[in-house]
Design a protein around this ligand. Structure first.
Ligand code: PEP
Ligand code: MG
Length: 874
């Protein structure tokens, strides 16, 4: 198999090849070269070679270095330079690049090919000795760091000595002489810590660097990043070897990173930053604070214009917003990288809509462009205007990633993780973040850094996650040791709370009140497009009039699951619920139920009204008993008072009701089998609410859903009771209109799937309760899975948490069977899903494929489900 793909003027071998083979960076370098953009030539070693490297116990495959040698020859010819030459040396960068972008996660080596002789050659060729030795010391440092695993501080110490000697503070002020001495000092440091001389043979450097890039694929931070981002099934990283160009050759040189559109807002405006006389790493690392590209014309109007042309060429070619890296070497522009730009959810929606307007993509494509989960960011909270006006603003940084975050300060990634796990809401405060911090960044609700720009590591990673981030807040002075920040005369520590506004960049003292977001016109447009394509209906899981209303505003087309036991969590209600559970005779139970009935009826009326004419599936009581039993003394005493027994008696009954396995215990339809009066009360409340609505001309469409059915006999019995109760209630209310109340069942026990043909004969509809179905199919307790699930994911026994994303191969078969068998006896059977999976995009895709009629999910996820359903249908 071909291991090396060349890109340059002579030929571009990688054009149109797979991203999985060349990695994102490699493929895009080839593409950019092929559309005539100024890309420094080079070559890409495939990801397959990385795989072979690991298969062979971290050995490069034989023949690789020969192919590399040939590609280097081609490069030398194209550039009229020679590797290791002491006249006009060829220098290259060596970078990683996997099929999925992992910003800052892996290693890069620049200036490779320099040795003592080539440095002299470079000085001659560029007529700039200072520049040449600066490049050399950077190489020794990076090579030591990345390839030999040396600590950066060892080099820093040597640098400080030189700076002291020349009585200067800045790296840039050290004269050529000093840098020459520094290179010698660095070589000594290198020798001292590796026991070897810095390699003078450029091919030896190249081979070691290639190995180091492959090695970086499996560093802890890279593995962690893939874990957090759920990046799986990649064989490895490609290696890109590319001829160097320099942004640090003087005031006519520079480097920058930019997005072809604003990645925060989506605005169609070239957006980014550049630094004059600097190397690319300086921008990304956030060490110097760059200037916005809008300022570039003041420095070089022609380059700015060329960049704007390239923006257009790239967007026309990719029909997508791009994230680019560029360098200007002595007034000549070079493109070093392009990739699809990460963006906020808000930007994703705006860009998709704008691209349609601009005629680059059609509506269908726009629907496909927005990752459903990115919509979460449109639904993000912000600060209340009044609260934020009253808040004390401590300082302002760069608005790196929007949103509102309120939390206490943590100073290291580990601290952030620990305190988050202990239940605190944390803002991670760092001078700048590095890939080692990703776990802490993921644990924090918001991130604050004191250096770095809008394209620094913290900003890019936070934006990808939709996490609030304020970067480059220079007024924040951080002391990691004493765990204090000083900001404008105030000193704050781990116990202090701050509020971050990622949209404005403001850092505020204390906890500022947040509010729910408002949705933009583009959002509505995209949702409308999505609704045209989807065939799945989207309902919501809601148990209160307020939630129902919110879900309706988000576009819910009905309620797929109203968990009636959730209506009893409030203190004035739970007491009656407990009394009902603890009652020892029917009279006492009926007494407690009578007190619950008015609450239910009122809520049902509110919900029917909110859903005005849409279907509302009300599930009969399904409380896992342990959630409702009074466990502490005070609660037991209260119930004792209510039902008129001694607290000791309540304690005894509570103990008697204890179940070894409550999730498989006396819940769901089993309760109504034992205590039919529960079903009677609920069905009566539903019917009365429907009658009351009918009298007020409110259209109510209740559907009664019986949970946890495993045999058709359960359903047949309870259906009959429900029908009798409806009839009795109508008679009692002297109502003879048609209420049209459908009666169906949840399918959440494997046996119900296996016998779905029989069950369907007694059901008007099925709704898959995939939470319980997953629990019972895997045999993993829903409540206890946290104890071992992380290990299962780490060991790749499972790809995902099956309680979040449906296990399509296993549980999915049961769902499919349930649908098929159910419809085999009842063609008209309406089928939906109401487990957590109903809001998960990949599960929704599955639901579409197996022919469900609707999905039902939490209100907040309704827009996500609408979009995912459309994508499934396209
Ligand atoms: C389910 O089991 O999937 C379901 C929706 O019911 P609950 O989560 O209330 O058990
Ligand atoms: Mg269930």
């Amino acid at each position: 198999n071909k291991m090396v793909y060349y890109f340059g003027k002579t030929k571009t071998e990688g054009k149109g090849k797979a991203k999985d083979l060349l990695g994102g960076k490699g493929l895009n370098l080839a593409e950019m070269t092929s559309i005539g953009l100024p890309v420094p030539p080079g070559f890409t070693i495939t990801t397959e070679v990385c795989d072979q490297y690991y298969q062979a116990g971290e050995q490069l495959p034989s023949g690789l270095m020969d192919e590399v040698g040939k590609a280097v020859k081609k490069l030398e010819k194209e550039l009229s330079k020679k590797f290791g030459d002491n006249d006009n040396p060829l220098l290259v960068s060596v970078r990683s690049g996997a099929a999925v972008s992992m910003p800052g996660m892996m290693n890069t080596i620049l200036n490779l090919g320099l040795n003592d002789a080539a440095t002299e050659g470079l000085a001659k060729a560029t007529k700039n000795e200072r520049f040449a030795y600066d490049a050399y010391r950077r190489l020794i440092n990076m090579f030591g760091d990345v390839v030999m695993g040396m600590d950066h501080h060892m080099f820093e110490k040597a640098f400080d000595k030189i700076k002291k000697k020349y009585k200067v503070e800045d790296d840039t002020e050290v004269p050529a002489e000093g840098l020459k001495e520094l290179c010698e000092a660095y070589k000594d440091v290198f020798r001292k810590h590796t026991g070897e001389d810095f390699p003078q043979d450029p091919f030896a450097q190249l081979e070691l660097a290639i190995k180091a890039v492959f090695g970086s694929w499996n560093t802890e931070r890279a593995v962690k990043y893939r874990e957090i981002e759920n990046i799986r099934h990649l064989v490895g990283t490609a290696v890109n070897v590319q001829s160097m160009v320099y942004g640090n050759m003087g005031e006519d040189s520079g480097t920058g990173v930019a997005f072809t559109r604003n990645p925060n807002t989506g605005e169609n405006k070239f957006y980014g930053e550049f630094l004059i006389n600097a190397q690319g790493e300086d921008v990304v690392a956030g060490i110097r604070t760059p200037q916005p590209v809008a300022e570039m014309p003041k420095w070089n109007r022609a380059i700015h214009k060329q960049l704007l042309e390239i923006k257009k060429t790239l967007e026309d070619h990719y029909t997508e917003m791009q994230d680019i890296e560029f360098t200007i070497e002595r007034g000549e522009l070079f493109m070093l990288q392009t990739r699809t730009g990460k963006r906020t959810g808000i930007a994703a929606v705006k860009i998709a809509c704008d691209l349609v307007k601009e005629g680059l993509i059609d509506e269908k494509e726009a629907v496909m462009r927005v990752p459903p989960n990115a919509l979460t960011q449109l639904l993000l909270p912000s600060f209340k205007t009044t609260a934020r006006n009253a808040a004390e603003v401590l300082c302002k940084g760069i608005n790196a990633s929007p949103g509102a975050a309120v939390g206490q300060l943590a100073f290291t990634a580990e601290e952030a993780r620990e305190r988050k796990d202990a239940g605190e809401s944390i803002i991670l405060v760092r001078r700048e973040t590095s890939p080692e911090d990703v776990d802490g960044m993921s644990a924090a609700v918001g991130i604050l850094t004191s250096t770095g720009g809008a394209t620094s590591h913290a900003a890019v990673v936070a934006r990808g996650w939709g996490k609030c981030c304020v970067a480059g807040a220079g007024d924040v002075h951080i002391d990691e040791k004493t765990k204090k920040i000083k900001v404008n005369g105030k000193t704050l520590g781990p116990k202090d709370t701050i509020s971050l506004d990622g949209t404005t960049g403001e850092v505020m003292l204390g906890s500022v009140e947040t509010q729910e977001p408002k949705l933009s016109g583009d959002f509505a447009k995209l949702m409308k497009w999505a609704d045209q394509y989807r065939t799945l209906a989207v309902r919501t899981n809601a148990d209160s009039p307020a939630d129902s209303k919110r879900a309706r505003d988000f576009g819910a087309e009905g309620i797929g699951l109203c968990r009636t036991e959730h209506m009893f969590f409030e203190p004035e209600r739970i007491i009656h619920m407990r009394s009902m559970i603890l009652a020892t005779d029917e009279d006492a139970r009926r007494g407690a139920l009578a007190k619950l009935l008015p609450f239910q009826r009122k809520d049902f009326e509110g919900i029917f009204k909110a859903m005005n004419g849409l279907h509302v599936t009300v599930r009969l009581l399904d409380p896992p008993l342990h959630e409702f039993l009074p466990h502490d003394n005070a609660a037991q005493k209260e119930v004792a008072g209510e039902i008129g027994v001694k607290p000791g008696e309540v304690k005894k009954r509570t103990a008697a009701l204890h179940e070894a396995n409550p999730m498989l215990g006396h819940r769901g339809c089993r309760l109504s089998i034992t205590y039919p009066e529960i079903l009677e009360m609920q069905v009566r409340a539903i019917t009365e609410a429907a009658i009351n609505c009918a009298k007020k001309k409110i259209k109510a469409h209740p559907e009664i859903m019986i949970p946890l059915v495993g045999t058709f006999q359960e359903l047949a019995l309870l259906r009959k009771k429900a029908e009798e109760t409806i009839a009795a209630t109508k008679a009692a209310k002297k109502f003879d209109g048609d209420l049209d109340i459908a009666i169906g069942t949840m399918i959440e026990i494997p046996r119900a799937c296996l016998t779905a043909d029989e069950v369907a004969e007694h059901a008007d509809f099925f709704s898959f309760g995939t939470n319980d179905l997953t629990q019972m199919t895997f045999g993993y307790s829903r409540d206890d899975v946290g104890g071992f699930l992380p290990d299962y994911i780490n060991e790749e026994i499972l790809d995902n948490d099956p309680f979040q994303s449906l296990d399509q191969t296993g549980v999915g078969q049961l769902v499919e069977m349930g649908v098929e068998k159910g419809r085999s006896t009842k063609k008209s059977l309406k089928v939906g899903i109401c487990g957590e999976h109903g809001g998960d995009p990949s599960s929704i895709d599955f639901c579409h494929r197996v022919g469900l009629n609707y999905v039902s999910c939490s209100p907040f996820r309704v827009p996500i489900a609408r979009l995912a359903a459309a994508q499934a249908a396209i």
